[in-house]
Design a binder for this molecule. Structure first.
Ligand code: ATP
Ligand code: MG
Length: 642
């Protein structure tokens, strides 16, 4: 692995604060000294119908923020702007896969949301009812979400790439009254027949009264007795819907986690605390200004889309880009083309998409004008230092800071990241830097004791934060067991991490995936980054299986870069590379070359599947798997070498 300190020097072209970390340190110290006062100040940036009586009611492990306060999420995203000169500002620039564009001003969005809220009301949807949304990445998706929020209904968005079983499980778990869908969506030039999937699912979901269908792709669909067209309903809808004032702790939505480590969990978020966390983190991390064009590439089916496409940028009155389509279709240049076309100033994307683009070399991004960019961000997985450097140099031209944001569906918003809105500090490629103000994160050992710098352990959060999940939908026991049982009184995210001598945090992979080799504990990230630092390797996934002498043996699955073909010589060279960079302890026992790795639909490597294959175990829940062919390929590679 390239040494972090060397890379740290290389990032030095960016103007950083002369006394790096001082301002952040001051804000963070004040925040942790009086957290309730601190968060109450942040909450005052929202619009409230009634201010809270108590900032925090903490009955571990259940936190209720801004108790007694009343507000409405759609008012905070829309009504607050239509009374100002933001009214006619572009809220959403939507771009389709083949380059078609639609724009919506804040006022247009406001109108649509009001009308659709009236539609939902007319169908008997009220406060606390659940609405499942299974839609492509079109503006009607945030419209539907905000309309639910306006009447106090709880939305449950199901990623539109999921099949019938995933939809059935989620709609049943939430006991939804309504499903909102579209005739079809488009991905990689192919039609995805969403309505057909809903039709297949309906016999297994008893709670549904109506299905609302948006005409999007224009494909033929069958309309049954419960099915209603979006455009028919909207035609007669009244233009204004009074917002429902909801309690701060009223559930805003349910969202199921990505399912990287197992069966997805139904995370439930509240309103006042969640929005406060988002408003504050967006200001600190992205430092939105009036001219910004924010491009978050996530799908709204994931939490990043909920928090940083829908709620945070709209609360701030920002202009944002919403893209429907794959990053590499029709060509592996879509994000760069969109940055150039719309003049995006902030790009927030994933390491997995970066590794995909990197595979094609610099020529592609270099053929676009990316000079509008001022800030880059990543989320979703640890970013390999090699990939960070490419992002920094090739995309950001060494002048855009990178915010590596660590957080989870459960945390609601960003927990660890550089905060450019407070100060830009020296960066270390692969480190998420520090907790955002008010977040009390630490790295602890098996017994819950903080570890000294340089020692690996588990990341924990020692006190509640406003974006924290309320619970798991309908399952308080599971909530307690998953997040609060490993360490007394501390939230356990399930990630492995380290704090270095300068206090910077490094995420090393999932705690479940840690390898124990000859008495050493290795995070998957440490090894995978070493593989990816070899010139021929685009992607790596590491797992292990039991070994009598050294505890566990290391197994690596590697995807070569374009133009490199694997051979026994290459395998030998790569093993030598690992021995030289990480050390002999990290020598992989088995190395397999594959064309793709098994990933979740959100692009995260599913190492547990690799482990099951390597250990000959049964493969568990794969409803969130992106492409079944990746498993077959891994199995084949495994068989071939046996
Ligand atoms: P499941 O909990 O169902 O297994 P998931 O954990 O992938 O799914 P998410 O909530 O979407 O579901 O992802 C959160 C996880 O993603 C974090 O716990 C962490 O492992 C990883 N992650 C997110 N951002 C970063 C980051 N910047 N650096 C390192 N890891 C990250
Ligand atoms: Mg998780």
């Amino acid at each position: 692995m390239s040494s972090p300190s060397k890379l740290y020097e290389e990032s030095g072209r960016i103007k950083v604060n002369v006394t790096p970390g001082r301002r952040l340190e001051k804000v963070s110290k004040e925040a942790l000294a009086e957290p309730e006062k601190f968060w109450a100040e942040q909450a005052r940036n929202l619009v409230w119908f009634k201010e809270w009586d108590r900032v925090l009611d903490w009955k571990p492990p259940f936190a209720r923020w801004f108790v007694g306060g009343q507000l409405n999420a759609s008012v905070n995203c829309l009504d607050r702007h239509v009374k100002t000169d933001t009214k006619n500002k572009t809220a959403i620039i939507w771009e389709g896969e083949s380059g078609e564009t639609r724009t919506l001003s804040y006022f247009q969005l406001y109108r649509q949301v009001n009308k659709f809220a009236n539609v939902l009301k007319s169908l008997g949807v009220g406060k606390g009812d659940r609405v499942t949304i299974y839609m492509p990445m079109v503006p009607e998706l945030p419209i539907a979400m905000l309309a639910c929020a306006r009447i106090g209904a709880i939305h449950s968005v199901v990623f539109s790439g999921f099949s019938s079983q995933a939809l059935v499980d989620r709609a049943n778990d939430a006991q939804s009254k309504i499903i909102i869908t579209a005739d079809g969506g488009v991905r990689k030039g192919r039609l995805i027949e969403l309505k057909k999937v809903v039709d297949e699912s309906l016999p297994s979901i008893q709670s549904i009264d109506h299905v609302i269908v948006l005409k999007r792709a224009g494909n033929e669909v069958g309309m049954g007795p419960r099915d209603l067209w979006w455009h028919d309903l909207m035609e007669g809808a009244k233009t204004y819907c009074p917002p429902e004032p909801v309690e701060s702790t009223h559930p805003l939505y349910i969202l199921y986690t990505s399912g990287t480590t197992g069966k997805p969990k139904g995370v439930m978020h509240g309103t006042g605390g969640y929005l406060t966390h988002l408003y504050a983190t967006a200001k600190w991390v992205f430092d939105f200004n009036k001219q910004d064009i924010f491009f978050c590439t996530a799908d709204i089916g994931w939490v990043t889309g909920h928090s940083y496409i829908v709620y945070a940028p709209l609360m701030h009155g920002a202009t944002e880009i919403m893209y429907e389509g794959a990053p590499d279709h029709p060509r592996p240049d879509r994000y760069w083309a969109i940055v150039e076309k719309h003049g995006a100033t902030i790009l927030y994307m994933t390491p997995t998409a970066l590794r995909m683009y990197m595979k094609y070399g610099d020529v592609v991004p270099n053929s676009f004008d990316l000079s509008s960019l001022r800030l880059l961000g990543t989320v979703g997985e640890p970013i390999n230092p090699e990939v960070w450097m490419w992002y920094f140099k090739t995309i950001g031209k060494e002048i855009c800071p990178i915010v590596d944001t660590w957080w989870q569906t459960e945390t609601g918003g960003i927990m660890l990241s550089m905060c450019t809105g407070i100060e830009t500090i020296p960066m270390k490629p692969g480190s998420a830097t520090f907790p955002v103000p008010g977040v009390d994160a630490a790295v602890v050992d098996e017994n819950g004791k903080p570890v000294p710098p340089g020692t690996k352990g588990y990341i924990v959060v020692r006190r509640p934060w406003p974006g924290m999940l309320l619970t798991l939908w309908g399952d308080d026991e599971k909530y307690k067991q998953v997040y609060w049982s490993k360490f007394a009184g501390m939230y356990y995210p399930g990630d492995y991490a380290m704090i270095d001598q300068d206090g910077y945090l490094w995420l090393l992979g999932r705690a479940d995936d840690v390898l124990k080799v000859a008495g050493h504990r290795l995070g998957t990230m440490e090894l995978e980054s070493a593989f990816v630092s070899h010139k021929a390797i685009a992607e790596a996934a590491v797992t292990s299986k039991p070994n009598n002498t050294k505890g566990e043996s290391i197994i690596a699955f590697l995807v070569p870069k374009e133009g490199f073909t694997h051979s026994d010589d290459m395998r030998t060279e790569i093993v030598a590379h690992i021995r030289n960079t990480v050390g002999p302890i990290a020598t992989p026992d088995e190395v397999y070359f594959v064309n793709k790795l098994p990933k979740t639909r959100s692009g995260k490597i599913m190492r547990r599947l690799l482990k099951s294959i390597a250990c000959g175990d049964k493969i568990g829940d794969i409803t969130t798997l992106e492409d079944g062919a990746a498993i077959d390929e891994v199995k084949q590679a495994y068989e071939d070498l046996k």
